[in-house]
Design a protein around this ligand. Structure first.
Ligand code: GRG
Length: 301
């Protein structure tokens, strides 16, 4: 376990510092070696574009709440790997045979900048880089790194993001029950949150009981996150195409915005209880989660 030396955290300035550390490390991990190399340029453009960095921040803050030094270099590597996988998933999600999106993170989607074949290759290379980075994360025990690779592989593969995306694409435009929608959201969104939290727990040497509570936390958080994403769909200021969900069977379409907001708050409440039990009160993680959702709900709710 990597021990935390400092105790006090100023949430806002600390978040800024963590975001900056993430950006710098990602920049270092994805260098411009050859100006002509379109694939590496697409990898950089997809990853370094101004995303909100929710997943890697969650990893670092949960690790802090579990007693780790949140600036530990190995944790930063884990967090960057999570962001690379997330960026790869967004790049693939946006291509014409999937969501056919024009805008992402306030910029033209990667296939519009670099073409489809470059985007697909860049996403595959990002995935490969991410697994390599976890396997070689700095100053972490071999067993911890190996288990982190296994967590991540489970979250991305056929029982994770890939399956969620497949279900969304093949069933998303047909009528679905709220349970089916929630199951797909779990695969698409909660699984990567869970991998991030499990990697924090592995670095912290957390017990199986703590890891189980974190799984429950991730499930609620992912559901809340996806509901917010659905509520934000009709707004123009998200940096993504508005009304991308038109004709899709989302929970907003099925239950209406008000019921979805209630459902979202109930998931947040449950998430709060799980993380409080898992992470010795989970102060940093809870503060981040609540302030982030409150600001988003004020804008889109
Ligand atoms: C092999 C990695 C990989 C994926 C293959 C394409 C795919 C399968 C999965 C896509 C899953 C997907 C797009 C889930 C949506 C999750 C979601 C709500 C994304 C938006 O996340 P934000 O709001 O985005 O955190 P930023 O841009 O802020 O990072």
């Amino acid at each position: 376990m990597i021990v935390n030396a400092e105790k006090s955290v100023n949430p806002e300035s600390d978040l800024l510092a963590l975001r900056e550390a993430l950006h710098q490390r990602l920049d270092q991990l994805l260098p411009v070696v050859d100006e002509q190399d379109r694939v590496s340029a697409a990898m950089r453009a997809g990853t370094l574009a101004p995303g909100r960095r929710i997943r890697p921040l969650l990893l670092l803050l949960a690790a802090h709440d579990l007693g780790c030094d949140r600036h530990h270099p190995g944790l930063l590597d884990f967090a960057c790997a999570i962001e690379m996988i997330h960026a790869a998933s967004l790049m693939l999600d946006d291509i014409p045979c999937m969501d056919n999106a024009l805008l992402r993170r306030g910029r033209p989607t990667i296939h519009r900048q670099f073409g489809q074949h470059v985007t697909i290759l860049a996403a595959v290379a990002l995935l490969s880089n991410a697994f390599g980075l976890v396997a070689s994360a700095r100053d972490l025990p071999t067993g911890c790194r190996a288990q982190a690779v296994a967590e991540l592989s489970g979250a991305v593969g056929l029982q994770g993001l890939v399956q969620g995306q497949f279900q969304d694409l093949s069933e998303g435009h047909a009528p679905r029950s709220s349970e089916d929608i929630a199951r797909t959201n779990d695969l698409k969104t909660s699984m990567l949150f869970d991998a991030a939290l499990q990697m924090a727990a592995l670095a912290a040497g957390a017990s199986p009981e703590v890891r189980q509570k974190l799984r429950c936390f991730a499930q609620d958080l992912g559901q809340a996150f996806q509901l917010l994403d659905d509520l934000a769909d009709s707004h123009a200021s998200t940096g993504k195409d508005a009304n991308q969900d038109e004709g899709k069977s989302t929970l907003v379409a099925l239950l209406g915005a008000e019921a979805v907001q209630q459902r979202l708050r109930s998931h947040l409440h449950s998430a709060d209880q799980h993380v409080t039990l898992a992470c010795r009160h989970g102060a940093a993680t809870r503060h981040f989660m609540h302030s982030w959702f409150e600001s988003q709900l004020a804008a889109f709710g």
